[in-house]
Write a protein that binds this ligand. Structure first.
Ligand code: NAP
Length: 258
């Protein structure tokens, strides 16, 4: 019989804003499979929300980490080193672009908006990985990040976030190559649209949900729980031979020819 047992594994989950977050769906699955969790919040504003959520995952550490501030990443790495000694799982569910850079013409994206979106949404994957690598390399591990179809297709209103996702997906492949000898696997889930805080910042998102449901093979939108289950699979030994891949959890939208 095949079971997923993550007891004895330590998981750092970044990008939980609230109960709708895709990272939270993954965190719940990891918890149910027995993993020990650390959840991070980006600013003081979200601390209590995350502490309230963490009641559902008893024993989880809740720490601050803003990926634009290296010192906060190092503080998380230091704390996990002290408390856990090793890290086997990293979930990177972080993205940000300024509202104005998702609304205007892509061609007119200012340098600072482009840099900020790429920094938070793509560079953070390698920067965080690098800073926790001594812990990840101890016993080997698995990393999952969250991407979107705009990495490879032109999607109205995605603007600079599409550029960030393209860089993110290439970073997954490059990291997978580089970390393979350390037995660290790196994969991405490219999720269909799900109503979350970040997604609501995309102009026309409700229309996007409608079109997705109409055009996908399964004739519906995906759920965050489906992202959670795919994350659990990729982060478990069931996926031990998979690295450097982008797995589509999109109800069969991307493969359609229309
Ligand atoms: P979400 O709940 O709003 O999660 C986004 C997270 O990114 C939030 O926790 C946010 O924290 C965090 N973040 C932003 N700036 C940060 C920073 N400087 N440091 C640390 N964390 C920061 O939305 P979500 O939809 O679940 O997004 C998770 C990932 O899934 C993103 O990469 C997104 O692009 C991807 N994705 C989403 C969809 C979708 O339709 N929802 C589809 C495909 C891919 P704060 O709230 O504190 O800023």
């Amino acid at each position: 019989m095949v079971t997923i047992d993550l007891s004895g594994r330590n998981a750092l989950v970044m990008g939980v804003a609230n109960h709708r977050s895709l990272s939270w769906a993954i965190a719940r699955c990891l918890h149910q499979a027995g993993a020990r969790l650390c959840l991070t919040y980006a600013g003081e504003r979200l601390k209590s929300t995350l502490e309230d959520l963490a009641v559902e995952t008893p024993g989880a550490l809740v720490l601050e980490c803003d990926v634009t501030r290296d010192a906060t990443i190092d503080a998380v790495a230091e704390r996990l080193g002290r408390e856990w000694g090793s890290l086997e799982i990293l979930v990177h569910g972080i993205a940000f672009a300024r509202k104005e850079d998702l609304e205007g013409a892509f061609v007119a994206t200012p340098r600072e908006g482009f840099q900020l979106a790429l920094d938070v949404s793509a560079y953070s994957l390698l920067n965080v990985t690098n800073r926790v690598l001594p812990l990840l390399a101890k016993r080997g591990g698995a990393i999952v990040t969250l991407s979107y179809l705009a990495a490879e297709r032109a999607v109205p209103a995605y603007n600079v976030m599409g550029s960030a996702k393209a860089v993110l997906e290439q970073s997954v492949r490059q990291l997978a190559y580089e970390l393979g000898p350390k037995s660290v696997r790196v994969n991405a889930i490219s999720a269909g649209p799900v109503s979350t805080l970040a997604a609501r910042g995309i102009h026309g998102f409700t229309d996007m949900l409608k079109k997705h449901a109409e055009r996908s093979a399964l004739k519906r939108n995906i759920t965050k729980e489906e992202v959670g289950k795919a994350g659990l699979f990729l982060l478990s030994d069931l996926a031990s031979g998979i690295t450097g891949e982008v797995i589509y959890v999109d109800a069969g939208y991307r493969m359609m020819g229309w």
